[in-house]
Write a protein of this length. Sequence first.
Lengths: 167, 776
Amino acid sequence: MSAAASLVADDERISLDINGETVAVHAVLSTTLLTALRDELHLTAAKRGCNQGVCGACTVSIDSEPMRACLSLAHGCAGRAVRTLEGFADDPRMQALQRAFAAGGAFQCGFCTPGMLVAAHALLGRDADPDDAAVRKALSGNLCRCTGYVKIIASVRAAARMLAGAT
Amino acid sequence: MSTLAGAVGQPLAQLEGDEKATGRALYIADLHRAGVLHGALVQSPHAHARIRGYDIAAAKALPGVRAVVTGDDLDPKHRMGAFIKDEPAFAQGKVRYVGEIVAAVAADTEEIARAAARLVRVDYEVLLAAVDPVTALAPGAPLVHDDAASYVKVFDAGTQGNVCSRTEFRTGDADAAWAQCDVVVENTYTTQAQAHLSLEPCGALAEIDASGRVTLWSANQSVFRVQASVCESLGLPMTKLRCLTPRVGAGFGNKMEAHVQPVVVLLAMRTGRSVKLILSREEDFETVRARHPFRIRVKTGAKVDGTLVAREIELLLDGGAYGDDSPGVLGYALLMQCGPYRIPHVLAHGRVAYTNKLRFGAFRGFGVPQVTFATESQLDEIAARVGIDPIALRRKNMLVPGDPWFGGQAVRSNGLAECVDTVERESGWKSAAASTRSGAGARRGRGVALSAHISGLLASGAIVRMLEDGTILLNTGAVDIGQGSNTVLTQICAEALKVPVNHVAIASPDTDGSPYNWGTTASRVTYVAGRSVVGAAAEVEKKLKEHAGEMLECSVEDLELLPGGRVAIKGVEDRAVTFAQISGRAHWAAGGPIIGTHSWVFDQKTFDPKRIAALGLPFAQIGIFSFNALVVEVEVDEATGKVRVVGAWSACDLGRAINPLMATGQVEGAFVQGMGFALTEEMVWDGARLANPSLMDYKIPTFAELPETLRAYLVESDEPSGPFGAKSVGELGINGVAAAIANAVADATGLRLRDLPLTGERVLRGLIAQGAGAAA
């Protein structure tokens, strides 16, 4: 009885800026951003692969930096701009990455892909023409068990070329 | 092949590209149902204990708890298992490993379910445990199963005591052949437990309707195996369970047999509600399955010119607490231990031991990466003894077109020689003198390994339906686990009917509506399901021509399919009818809707009984053979012992690449997974408890470990029995990786390491011992 009661004792409704909209979520102090996104808002692009900050499948953008949603507390995100892959639908840089990933075989099962794309989007924001080493470094916190990474690197660079050609 | 969009041979992007790239692909954890209950597990703290009883009162009393199920809810008669029916839905009567599921809760929220799970009390009588295979097979060892011999088995497993299964193959006369050998090398090799680590943890969601029929979604590699496993373990008729699949976040063997599906179905039946349960990463490590640790004693004899003469190989597999796929892994490893070579005299035998550990099961390569590590390491030792280049020794002995596989099965396509030529040339093998490439504090070396794999096993069907407008719906029941089989099977169907791929939709697997497909496993989908698609499409073509013959008033023999969905009189292109016209006629006027079906089971015999004596053969009909040649280059840090792979060149004979983008993706992914197996990945047990069930403590390769050069080459040998000449390629690329890396480390350092993984610590210890030896 007491266990269940304590679980809801510090329940609180907070406002978050998610994908450019202000949304209200229930979050206890220990609720992670990932739980709020997935379980309450049903924004399921960010994945729960390890819930421990290692795999990177939950990577979202917080104030334009790629962050682990599983290690970010929902309360700590108040007042910050949270963007999940769903929120990048109209972003030309993300669209180039999405096209390049699909055409280049940069995903197989696709479970790591949303996190990988958000991390790659941040990379191309600060380096419009990354070499292989720069892509590896920027994405080294994102695990993929299917592709062997080769086609991900090539696809990020293909997206950079696509964007350079478009400007 | 045709030039239509997406035709066979084109690097078509995955059909699921848009949904995966936008985050809209729905995996099991993403499925939401109004009013769903959440499941939570109670796990065993003991390696081996008898369950005397349960106290679930406190758990049930927690507000929001809807059901608590224990072994008391299971009938001990109902057991599942691919080879040996030894496994209950979850622990019943005894627990057999730390972490085993012993009870489960369904509650309104996950928090309440987990809180209630902590309140379940189990009264255990702790028993002595057998946590490694040597101990388990020693006289007087505690029995993991009280009466394993009594279980139902699907083949002659020889189960007795803690021997889960035993298999033995003999050809020629190995005992007498040793006398003909100039060189005999004998060593023992060991391999470790590897975690599959599909990034998506396992999970399931069950719904129940008013009649009590359950619909089940789960992370899986076969909706039909899920149906069979759940029904066997819960004693349900198959008509009571419909299995479907969401997108699957990869499976490397871990999702083929059951994980939590039986638990979730039982909770749904108890509550009459929808129940969802997604494993945490730690629970996934502790309760699903892993790659078998092998102990491999192998002795190989050769002539002084390098000709292989004889081999004896003995395997001991840690099977863990339940049979699962272990008997198959043992039998397959013994079938493949010869590698793609002629060895006239062979004794190959082995056992699987039951132990009080997590079950071990299918994992990409299915035992071949383990035996290949031993046998290809040993071939290099023989090459060194007789003074022949490692590739030259392999060329001298390898199967050439026309040679059968070990045991006599005909090999109809064999592109191995081209694979070897390719990697030798592309890697610059002959120019690779190790001494010239060593930097300060680092030593470089190269290694080679050849291997093979089957494509095949068991049954698959396909249904090709022409829709009213002349477009096509393909239904195979094969689960795409991310490797791209939906795309490849669609390309095959489109090619067969000469339409662009966007005229074909592929149905999601559904045990109610799909034809049987054993599973996405054994590198079988392109080959086995692909053949079914070709067969079903041929039936559609026949019906199309029957209609067209009547419509054009000509004989069916005079008709041909034209690209783009038309049937025409041969050579008279304007005398044609479209698929839409034909299908409209079939739906509304004559013959009925056009449906083509095909179903088959792989039926070529594994062994020729005149050539081989076999005991305990788990696969009487297994598959056709694909081949791989692999060269790697490594750099070994002399200060830390750390091995870094700097280059890898992998050539696969896959018959024909239906989709080269996806085929090379399989080869690259398999290489990197094999690199983890070779160098860093190891599940470690502290006594009976898994000590590293987390991604913090279990290291898979990242971008940082990727070699500077990783090249995949596709060799097309045109398999006559395959769809458009194709064989499958899903597993092949992992088989030689650990062996090639070990051979490269030996080339770089002179150290022959026979225990995986080749961690920095292990290599450094070897280098220090080597230095001490040289100083003394």
